[in-house]
Design a protein around this ligand. Structure first.
Ligand code: FBP
Length: 525
């Protein structure tokens, strides 16, 4: 049985940007030719058919009739709030262009495409998933499509279904899959156009053209609510230090956004640690210094945010990850032996199918509790009481009800994907601009996925992949944080954002992240 809030959310009708409302008369305009982010020659050599395609913008034109389409859709990688709305947007747009069009959902992520597991999606089925969180409509997975067998099987399956389009909803790794499939289909005379949708709570799939991936807004709001609650508890009980690890496999966007929303005492940022080449000992001392200063004020409590990806940015840990699985150098061995046993064991876990370290399974917050405790014990001038509690806020934020922003953004992304399939574009990712402005003013188009790619080492080999967008420590969001953090470390200037709001004024319900607003120079302090 549905909860009352689920019932209400099913009735929510996302607005469409002005530029998507007349979907039957949209024209796709080609802009400038593009280049890959890095290793241009190699990416062009590996993806010759889809490389260098132009940026696209949608524009209202003359009304036209549309072909019947059969389109496949797949949810890929980690859950992110709003995924179901991409699917409902895609479905509604296809039906609006031609009521005879049909949508098929592949099950359990890219594996469903390779293994030909799918269901047909109908209005009745989707009626229960509008504006809901999670990826449970189809399930998800992290299969990397790269071998000739996987590529061949995918082609056979989309051809057997006679698909004119395949829409892949995913993060950097899943959209790398989309780029490889688009190239393979084009090179082999397969007429299924592949379109990518930018998704990830981590916030690291972005560029000049992709202002934010979907899911980041809702996930950060969920974590910020929980952090605010903990801050208030800390301030009430005045006896615990809360060490909170936050998701964000590589980039620290989530930690930065949550800090801007909640003003905790300490927030570590992986990109800054990397830029300053800070060692484990230096980071530990930085935290211990704040704890000592607060103890002098009689404050033996506080909140510390730790991005899960931080661990890979610490130089000695980076070296260790690089050498694990082979012979360890003296330096790497020394680091390994220094770690508490359970953390050292977590480091030995298998990597995911894309070669990423599974940082969500490494208790970095416990590592810092351990090192900070030792550091404080060694300080003769520290007279405070250190009672730490560890938390991990990760999976809690990935399947929540999407905020109005994500529900609306995703619905529009689904519409944009339908336009791309209809206009015969492949190897593209939908891109919507002006997202910090009201929905009516959003501008819709697409960019070739190759534009986001470079060559990186994965499982010991150089591969063409989408480059993760890390925090720019010269950028506006970080600069705002840097200007405030000293004050937040000592004066408990906590903020309590409360739960995501769906009903009420625009400032409560329809505002997006501080990160996006600062990046787009929408003034806020
Ligand atoms: P995506 O990049 O696929 O969106 O997933 C990101 C993420 O949520 C990370 O924040 C986290 O480290 C990882 O997924 C956890 O992966 P898994 O779901 O496989 O445990």
């Amino acid at each position: 049985m549905r909860s009352p809030i689920d019932e209400e959310r099913l009735k929510f009708k996302p607005l469409l940007p002005r530029g998507l409302r007349a979907i039957s008369s949209l024209e796709v305009m080609e802009g400038e030719a593009t280049e890959a982010l890095g290793n241009q020659e190699k990416i062009q050599e590996l993806l010759p058919k889809t490389y260098g395609q132009p940026v696209l913008r949608f524009k209202e034109g003359a009304s036209k009739t549309h072909a019947v389409h059969r389109v496949g859709v797949v949810l890929s990688g980690g859950q992110a709030p709003g995924g179901h709305n991409v699917i409902t947007g895609l479905f509604d747009a296809l039906k609006e262009m031609h009521p005879g069009s049909r949508l098929f959902g592949f099950l359990d992520g890219p594996a469903g495409v390779v293994e030909n597991r799918y269901i047909e999606l109908t209005e009745e089925m989707l009626a229960n998933y509008r504006n809901t969180g999670g990826f449970d409509l189809l399930g998800s997975g992290r299969t990397k499509i790269e071998t000739p067998e996987q590529l061949g099987a995918s082609r056979k399956n989309v051809e057997a279904l006679n698909l004119s389009g395949l829409v892949i909803i995913g993060g950097d790794d899943s959209n790398t899959n989309a780029a490889l499939l688009a190239e393979f289909f084009e090179s082999n005379g397969c007429h299924t156009y592949v379109v990518g949708i930018p998704k990830t709570i981590d916030g690291d799939l972005k560029s000049v053209h992709i202002e934010t991936p979907f899911g980041f807004d809702s996930a950060c709001k969920t974590y910020a609510e929980m952090i605010g609650n903990i801050e208030r508890d800390a301030l009430s009980a005045k006896k615990y230090y809360h060490f909170i690890k936050l998701m964000g496999r590589s980039a620290s966007h989530i930690a930065l956004e949550c800090a801007l929303q909640t003003h905790p005492n300490i927030t570590l940022i992986g990109e800054e640690v990397a830029a300053q080449k800070m060692t484990l000992e230096q980071i530990t001392n930085q935290i211990a210094d704040v704890i000592c200063k607060r103890a002098l004020q009689g404050k033996n409590y506080g909140v510390v945010l730790i991005p899960e990806g931080l661990i890979e940015f610490i130089p000695e840990m980076k070296l260790l990850f690089h050498e694990l699985g082979g012979t360890l150098s003296d330096k790497a061995r020394e680091t390994f032996e220094y770690l508490p046993k359970e953390i050292a064991e977590q480091l030995l876990l298998d990597r995911d199918p894309h070669g990423n370290v599974q940082v969500s399974r490494i208790s970095t917050e416990q590592l810092f509790i351990h090192t900070v405790k030792n550091a404080l014990e060694a300080r003769s001038d520290y007279k405070g009481k250190f009672a730490p509690i560890n938390h991990f806020f990760g999976y809690e934020g990935r399947a929540c009800l999407p905020s109005n922003f994500d529900a609306t953004y995703c619905y529009s992304l689904g519409f944009a994907a339908a336009v791309l399939v209809d206009s015969g574009h492949t190897g593209y990712m939908c891109s919507i601009h002006n997202l910090a402005q009201p929905v009516e003013e959003w501008e819709v188009g697409a960019i070739p996925i190759t534009m986001l790619m470079n060559m990186e080492e994965r499982k010991g080999k150089l591969k063409p992949v989408i480059q993760k967008a890390l925090i720019d420590i010269e950028g506006e969001p970080f600069k705002l944080f840097a200007s405030k953090r000293e004050g937040w470390s000592l004066n408990d200037d906590y903020r309590y954002p409360g739960p995501i709001q769906f009903f009420g004024s625009d400032s409560l319900c329809n505002t997006t992240t501080v990160t996006l607003k600062r990046e787009k120079h929408v003034l806020i302090t």
